[in-house]
Design a protein around this ligand. Structure first.
Ligand SMILES: Nc1ncnc2c1ncn2[C@@H]1O[C@H](COP(=O)(O)OP(=O)(O)OP(=O)(O)O)[C@@H](O)[C@H]1O
Length: 228
């Protein structure tokens, strides 16, 4: 599902964010990316949806050659991915329903399918009754649940999340993780960068630890493993 071979990323200012990374992630896995601030986690995540390109190496995601693809192919890569950020990134002037539906309009889904799919994912995240609210009328946890609904409405093969619980309190964070668990159980691959030690230690999923741009640990049922 995700294959990285000898992937390096050097930013224009010379910062080496990743250095010779090899990793394979299979369909249906749930993977945490951990590491200290500046270790390279966000760079790893951004390369998966081609927000950043590797400087060298091989990267394939969901059957797409991310390095050698044309600009025209990028939307097809992204169609198979659901991306979730720490700061939700909802459209402030659109309702909950419209925020989620927007992801389907982009792929020109038929109207009736859109209505049905948006309602279904709002049920998954428990927000059907808030469909007419604007983001500013929601709590942080609710906003993140809308962002998850938006990410999964097109039934992506992979959900990619960069610190999705970073702005949330522990109880709300667990609500989010419960949704991720359910999505993963239904077969979706999940790759999540996080600083949340408790979540990583409790979930006991695969953990890839990055330090100074290198993978220093890759365990199938791992823990956070760093002092906070
Ligand atoms: N756009 C950029 N331009 C230049 N250097 C960058 C850029 N983005 C990241 N870096 C550098 O690359 C390295 C890795 O950054 P990255 O954001 O991937 O780390 P991180 O593990 O996600 O950190 P955090 O946990 O603080 O988000 C750091 O040294 C950072 O300063």
């Amino acid at each position: 599902m995700i294959h990285m071979s000898n992937v390096s990323k050097i930013y224009e200012n010379g910062a080496v964010a990743l250095d010779g990374v090899d990793v394979d992630i299979e369909k249906g896995e749930f993977v945490f990316i951990v590491g200290a601030s500046g270790a390279g986690k966000s760079t790893f995540i951004k390369m998966l949806f081609r927000e950043e390109l590797p400087t060298s190496g091989v990267l394939t995601v969901n059957g797409h050659d991310v390095v050698n693809m044309s600009h025209k192919e990028v939307p097809y890569l992204r169609r198979g991915l659901g991306v979730i950020f720490q700061d939700y990134r909802l459209l402030p002037d659109k309702t909950v329903f419209e925020n989620v539906a927007f992801a389907m309009q982009v792929i020109e889904a038929p109207r009736r399918l859109m209505q049905r799919s948006v309602n279904a994912v709002l049920d998954v995240v428990g927000l059907r009754d808030k469909y007419n609210c604007f983001p500013a009328q929601l709590s942080g946890g609710e906003q993140q649940r809308v962002a998850i609904a938006r990410a999964i409405v097109n039934d992506p093969a992979i959900v990619i999340a960069d610190e999705p619980t970073g702005n949330l309190d522990p109880d709300t964070s667990w609500d989010i993780m419960d949704i991720f668990k359910r999505i993963n159980k239904a077969g979706t691959t999940i790759v999540m960068a996080t600083h949340d030690r408790t979540i990583v230690d409790t979930m006991k999923r695969r953990v890839i630890a990055i330090e100074d741009g290198h993978i220093v640990r890759d365990e199938l049922r791992g823990g956070y493993g760093y002092e906070a």
